[in-house]
Design a protein around this ligand. Structure first.
Ligand SMILES: Cc1ncc(COP(=O)(O)O)c(C=O)c1O
Length: 401
């Protein structure tokens, strides 16, 4: 959805230019989307929200009724999410967890720790014995599994199925299970496997990966006579920035998960999407400061830029956007900068050619003072941006609904 929702459009129109740029979140739209996702999933499939996509407390709270828990990937996220949505189940993942972070996770009593290496396993066992004796710590082994040939093709961000710092190499998984079943780590309870292998996959590809993760886990359990009753399939549901109105097929994905769950009775399936849950509820809204020609093209410079919305620079795409004509009269005696042609490149205020939000946007008649709402800005947007560069003011934040 590129076009802002009515609530977002109204707020964008009402905000004085000095209060732009601003992030505008439509929480009513977010709740409706999360409810639809939840309804498409089999009841038994657990849905965790990957807080890294957008950890704003209002977002975390809005997702509360639809999520079985939250995935956090640092001590900072752990503390933040535990405060914003207290007493919810947390899964703690991420490579390179420090002893302090693991200790904090034990202190919080997180539901699951996703253990990513043999060293981390031993460290967690030692910390757990010291800090939480008598309270078993539930873990999943994050494994960087081999995946069916070409199933990660099309992934925007493959994190597994190839050399990567994420998770255990499959060749070390047997040793990890041995340590967890031979009495070496009595404090730790192995519940199953975690595998977030890629981001940006469509439903058929994600299901193909899920099927291979489940078969691999069943074989691992059989080799060790272990009961592995949980498989966390990660997130990675595609968001198509080039086709913002097309959505990940949650219905097909839910039906596929139901088939996989039936084929693996006794195994709880869990997913932890981020981007595909929250991307659609956020807009980065701003104002055109200037419009000018340059070597045969035309540029509109907006308040703000990629230091607030790094997503297009990070992913190399054009952020989908919609123009909302400004209503204020032009206050200067000189002509209002306006687009002469049909297409414009929206650039930000930074002194770098990388500060481009969208190229070649059809915007006939665009003028300085018009407003632009960049959509799909509800995930990996503000929180992945380099806010301090050039010391421009921070955007406002509005949570609507
Ligand atoms: C371990 C893990 N789980 C879940 C996610 C969420 O992925 P996405 O936002 O693509 O759904 C990520 C993203 O990097 C991740 O690393």
């Amino acid at each position: 959805m590129t076009a802002p929702t009515p609530a977002v459009r109204d707020r964008l129109r009402a905000l004085p230019g000095g209060e732009l740029p601003a992030y505008l979140y439509d929480l009513t739209a977010l709740r409706a989307h999360a409810a639809a996702v939840r309804a498409a999933l089999p009841e038994a499939v657990e849905l965790y929200y990957a807080a890294k996509a957008n950890p704003e407390p209002e977002i975390l709270r809005a997702l509360g009724p639809y999520a079985d828990g939250y995935e956090v990937s640092s001590g900072g996220e752990l503390a933040h999410v535990a405060t914003a949505v207290p007493a919810r189940r947390l899964a703690f993942g991420g490579p390179g967890k420090t002893p302090d972070e693991l200790a904090a996770a034990l202190g919080q009593g997180v539901h699951r720790v996703h253990v990513e290496s043999l060293h981390e396993l031993r460290l967690l066992a030692a910390l757990s014995a010291r800090l939480a004796p008598g309270t078993p710590t539930g873990i999943l082994l994050r494994v960087n599994l081999p995946v069916p040939e070409r199933s990660l093709a099309g992934s925007a961000l493959a994190m597994g199925g190839r050399p990567a710092p994420f998770g255990l190499d499959p060749a070390q998984a047997d040793e990890a299970v041995r340590l967890l079943t031979d009495g070496s780590c009595p404090q730790l309870r192995l519940h199953g496997v975690h595998a977030h292998l890629a981001s940006g996959l469509d439903a058929p590809r994600l299901l193909a990966v899920a099927e291979s993760v489940l078969s691999w886990t069943a074989a691992l359990a059989a080799r060790h006579g272990a009961r592995l009753t949980e498989v966390n399939l990660g997130g990675g549901m595609a968001v198509d920035y080039a086709a913002p109105d097309s959505r990940f097929d949650w219905t097909a994905y839910g039906a596929g998960l139901a088939r996989l769950a039936a084929a693996h009775p006794g195994t709880t399936l869990r997913i932890e999407p981020g981007r595909a849950l929250t991307a659609y509820c956020g807009w980065y809204a701003t104002e055109v400061l200037d419009v000018k020609p340059s070597h045969g093209e035309e540029f509109a410079v907006v308040r703000g830029g990629t230091h607030h919305l790094r997503t297009p620079a990070a992913k190399g795409h054009d952020q989908p956007c919609a123009v909302v004509p400004g209503s204020a009269p032009w206050p200067h005696p000189w002509p209002r900068p306006s687009l002469r042609g049909e297409r414009v490149t929206f650039a930000g205020q930074l002194c770098t050619p990388k500060d481009v939000l969208a190229r070649g946007v059809a915007a006939p008649g665009l003028r300085a003072g018009d407003r632009v709402a960049f959509g799909l800005a509800g995930a990996y947007a503000w929180n992945i941006s380099h806010h301090e560069f050039l010391m421009h003011p921070r955007p406002g934040f509005h949570f609507l609904g």
